[in-house]
Design a protein around this ligand. Structure first.
Ligand code: FAD
Length: 447
């Protein structure tokens, strides 16, 4: 039973999208439960205010400061103050400061600022070290400013009104990171399997493994397929798809949780979905691609979490620790229910592998640095969570293989929280696009 309309995103994509849609009905309740009901996964520590945009002068009004954001709404002054972009983009709820190195002691936790029942031990992190295997800039990199704790529940990712030149400049800069040196990358032919399909189809069928053995996720009009027709390499396309899929996911959330500025109601905005996603099948395809990629990373992490005694979720309360652990493992087990969803083993395998990986990693780190150029607090918060989440997924996919158990990098608390919240966000996007498709189909039937 095809859940995608006859004007399908991809003519023969029903089953492969459908496989992921069905998986998501299993994953979503578990990942929502994890990220919404545990202290550990609903609070994030990050340096939200103290870093300057490292790429351009954000004081010059060129990029996404609040003033840029306000310009994007028509007749901003006609809108009640509470609904203006500057207000919608603000963070809510208590912000707790990191206690800093001197105050670090398990016996003197900083309490009382994160919400009634949230002990600092649940959100506290001791390890500030950088790891060369990171795909994003660790939130705690800056030694002087230790960052703030933020409630992700109190600050849902949704429409903020942020846009205009400031947001465009950030997105443009993110996509420019995709300009790899052609010569330093293997061409798709180098992956080494001959196929009657074009290079893009061939590569993605391989990388997406079981999901795409029967169907392809790329559309003939997909710009990424166009890139592949030019014989671009697999790694570059994967990079592009991750970024575009993240962009698509953000668009899905802001369209799904949109403020109707006439009624003041938060509700789905079908026109927003149609213009940003439905009419761009490549973006939807990239969203599903990211879902497959992050699902694979979460599934791969499962056994490490199970076997490792390193992961303590709230050490002062063993019962809560055990409950959180059980919820994480529930998510990883459900994610593992579709085997071979993404075959990371095909990437970075040629002779240049390590240097390609480094280039890929550096570019992804730049994307994470660009989040400091986002001029809306809430958008910056979720931009940072999600780039850190994808960075963690890439680390799990590409840095965990072929190592002795002791050498596998252990993940920081912020990485784990970012990974599972990014998974929850993707799960929500897949669900929202499905609901939007139903709304469109119902509208067509009525006509
Ligand atoms: P944009 O979404 O700004 O897109 C710019 C251009 O990129 C488009 O014209 C198109 O050519 C191309 N493009 C669009 N989508 C894709 C895609 N998936 N793949 C490839 N190319 C694409 N706004 C909120 O309301 N809430 C938020 O939480 C929020 N978070 C943000 C986080 C970040 C990191 C950034 C940079 C922006 C965020 N924004 C958020 C702003 C939002 O993403 C849009 O920039 C804004 O709504 C203006 O949209 P737009 O229609 O001008 O196109």
């Amino acid at each position: 039973d095809c859940t995608i309309s006859p004007r399908a995103i991809v003519d023969d994509a029903c089953v492969s999208y459908d496989t992921l849609d069905r998986l998501n009905t299993q994953v979503k309740p578990a990942v929502d439960d994890l990220t919404r009901t545990t202290d550990f996964f609903s609070h994030y520590r990050l340096n939200l205010f103290n870093k300057r945009c490292p790429f351009w002068d954000d004081e010059a009004g060129m990029c996404g400061n609040i003033a840029c954001a306000v310009e994007t709404l028509d007749n901003e002054e006609d809108i009640p103050e509470a609904w203006r972009a500057s207000e919608l983009g603000k963070l809510e709820g208590p912000l707790a400061k990191h206690p800093g190195r001197s105050a670090r002691s398990k016996t003197t936790p900083l309490r009382g600022e994160l919400g009634d029942d949230v002990g600092e031990s649940c959100v506290y992190e001791y390890d500030d070290e950088c790891d060369e295997r990171d795909y994003c800039v660790p939130e705690d990199e800056s030694a002087s400013a230790k960052g703030d704790y933020v409630s992700l529940l109190r600050n849902p990712e949704r429409f903020t009104g942020y846009g205009g030149e400031g947001a465009k400049q950030v997105w443009d800069a993110i996509y420019r990171e995709n300009c790899f040196q052609r010569s330093s990358f293997p061409r798709s032919a180098d992956v080494g399997v001959s196929s009657p399909l074009g290079p893009a189809e061939h590569d993605f069928r391989q990388v997406l493994g079981a999901v795409s053995q029967h169907q392809r996720l790329t559309h003939p009009d997909d710009p990424t397929a166009g890139i592949a027709a030019d014989d671009e390499c697999l790694e570059k396309r994967v990079f592009y798809r991750v970024v575009s899929g993240m962009h698509a996911s953000i668009s899905a959330h802001l369209c799904w949780d949109f403020l109707n500025q006439t009624t003041g109601q938060w509700q789905p905005n079908l026109a927003c979905y149609e213009s940003r996603l439905h009419t761009h099948p490549d973006r939807i395809s990239n969203l599903y691609f990211n879902y497959a990629l992050v699902t694979r990373a979460v599934a791969k992490l499962g056994p490490h979490l199970e076997s490792s005694g390193d992961y303590k979720f709230c050490t002062e309360d063993p019962r809560e620790d055990a409950a959180t652990r059980a919820k994480v493992l529930e998510v990883t087990q459900r994610a593992a229910s579709v085997p071979q969803i993404f075959n990371e083993g095909l990437m970075f395998v040629n002779g240049e592998g390590p240097s390609l990986k480094e280039d890929f990693r550096n570019r992804f780190r730049n994307v994470s640095r660009l989040m400091d150029c986002v001029g809306c607090d809430k958008c910056r918060l979720w931009g940072k969570v999600q780039t850190a989440g994808y960075g963690t997924a890439l680390k799990v996919l590409f840095e965990f293989d072929g190592l002795e158990a002791d050498d596998v990098p252990s993940l920081k608390r912020t990485e784990l929280v970012a990974l599972f919240n990014t998974y929850a966000r993707l799960s929500e996007s897949i669900n929202a696009t499905g609901q939007f498709r139903h709304m469109l189909a119902e509208g067509e039937e009525e006509e």
